[in-house]
Design a protein around this ligand. Sequence first.
Ligand SMILES: [Zn+2]
Length: 240
Amino acid sequence: MVRARHTYIRARLAGLYSRLPIGVGLLLIGWFVLGVCSSNITPSSVSVRGYYRRDGTYVSPYHRRPPGSVAHDEPYQFGALCGLGLAIAGLISTGSFIHALWKKSDFDLLPPIGYVSTLPPPPVKPRVPDAFAKSRKLWRCRRCPRLISVGDRYWYFSNPAPYAGRERICPSCVSAVATEAKRYPQEAIAYSHLVAEEQRRVARIHAEQYRVVYGYDAPAEELGVFIEGRFSRRGRHGRS
Ligand SMILES: [Zn+2]
C-alpha cells in the first residue's frame, strides 16, 4: 500500500498528468495524421510482374510510375512530414516521463527548492611578492597610489616576470599583503565552517520537502548522497 502510494507520487512528479498525456496525445495525433497522409500519397513507382506478350515474347518485371502520378503529392507529403514530427515529439515527451520515473531518484524528482546561497565570496589566498629590486625609474605602486622614486626598493613577483611586465609594489603594500597572507588559513577554515553550515541548512530544507511530498522521512543515506551530489555539481554559489 505504502509502495503503491510512493510509486503514484513518483509518477505524478515525473509528469503523469502533464508530460505523459501530452506525449501520448501527440503520438496518437501524429500517428493518425501520418497514416492518413501517407495513404493518400501516390506511390512513386509500382512494380509490374513479368508477363508474355501475345506473340510469345517475355517481358521481365519492371517498375514504372503509376498513371496520372505527380512528383510531389501536396499537401499530403507535407502533412505526412508534420505527422511524423508530432509523433516524434510525442515519443520524446513520453520517453522523458518514463526516464524520469525509472531513473531519477526520489530527491531528483522533486521540484527545485529555490534556495539562494547566503555565502559571501570565498576568501582568496593573497600572493605575496617574493623578489625585490632597486628602482631605476619613477614608478607607481600597483596596489596604492604611492610613487616609487629612483633608488627606492620595490617588490615584484619573480614568476612570471619579464622586466617590462613587472608589477612593482611598494614596501608598505607588501607588508599589508604579508599580513593578509598570514590571516588566510584562519579565514579559509572559517569559510569552510560557513559552507558546512549552509550545507546542513539546505539538507534540512530538502528533507522537509521530501517529508511533505512523500509523506515520510527520507532515508538518511539517500539524503546524504543527494546533498553531496548537489553541492559538488552546482558549486557552492549555485541557485537551485
Ligand atoms: Zn603601495
